[in-house]
Design a protein around this ligand. Sequence first.
Ligand SMILES: [Mg+2]
Length: 258
Amino acid sequence: MTARPRPLAEAARVDPRAWARVAIVATDVDGTLTDRGELRSPIVEVIARLIRAGVEVIPVSGRPAGEVLGLCRYLPGVTRGIAENGLLEVVPDRAPRWISGRPTDVERLLAVGDWLNADHQAGLQRTGDAFCRLGDVAYEREGRGEPELERLRERARERGVHLVWSNVHVHLAEQLPDKGEGLLQVLAQEGTDPTTVATIGDAPNDVGLFRPGRFGLTVGTRDVVDQLQQFDDLPQFVAQAREAAAFSELAEGLLARG
Ligand SMILES: [Mg+2]
């Protein structure tokens, strides 16, 4: 477990070198750019101001490639994103790119889902957005409690598949989802120094964005403080605010640099 995060307001003083070097903000989307599920006009304007100031903004989301594509097409100045918890790089008008260089074997994952349903009474129903997903196989959680999910996770493991869940979905995956690893690979492939990247997120699926030594600066929204025990690694800094106001807090700080 890493040290308890310090207030974001102290970042420029605690680590002035890292603060001065930030040229990219890699941001989670749900609960970090959104407020109660909506992308509102103030945050769109904050993103536009960062871009005008020369700071790239890269959405890094667990959402399907098709949904991240829409964000990259319409958010001002945003040219690319990372989807499905680090599996794919998405650029409008280009084919989505497998970050590992190897497509996910979706048929195999679906076969494991079918086996869980047939032999282990899982009752899994695929999500309505399955047509937007390229590598991630997701099912509705439908209120399943943790004991049931842990049971299914054990069965999936017998077939060499990771079963993970959020508050709404159950996912089958070939590798444990890691947004940070996906982002690091994209940066390495283009020769970008990850110490010029600030990351920000709100939930346990952002833990790879917080792992010490990976990025220049790591920030959690206030929501992270309420669930510290859910994180194997913590961000260095935490915003005063929750959701999109936390992103704005980071952005305004960066925009105010001399
Ligand atoms: Mg989130």
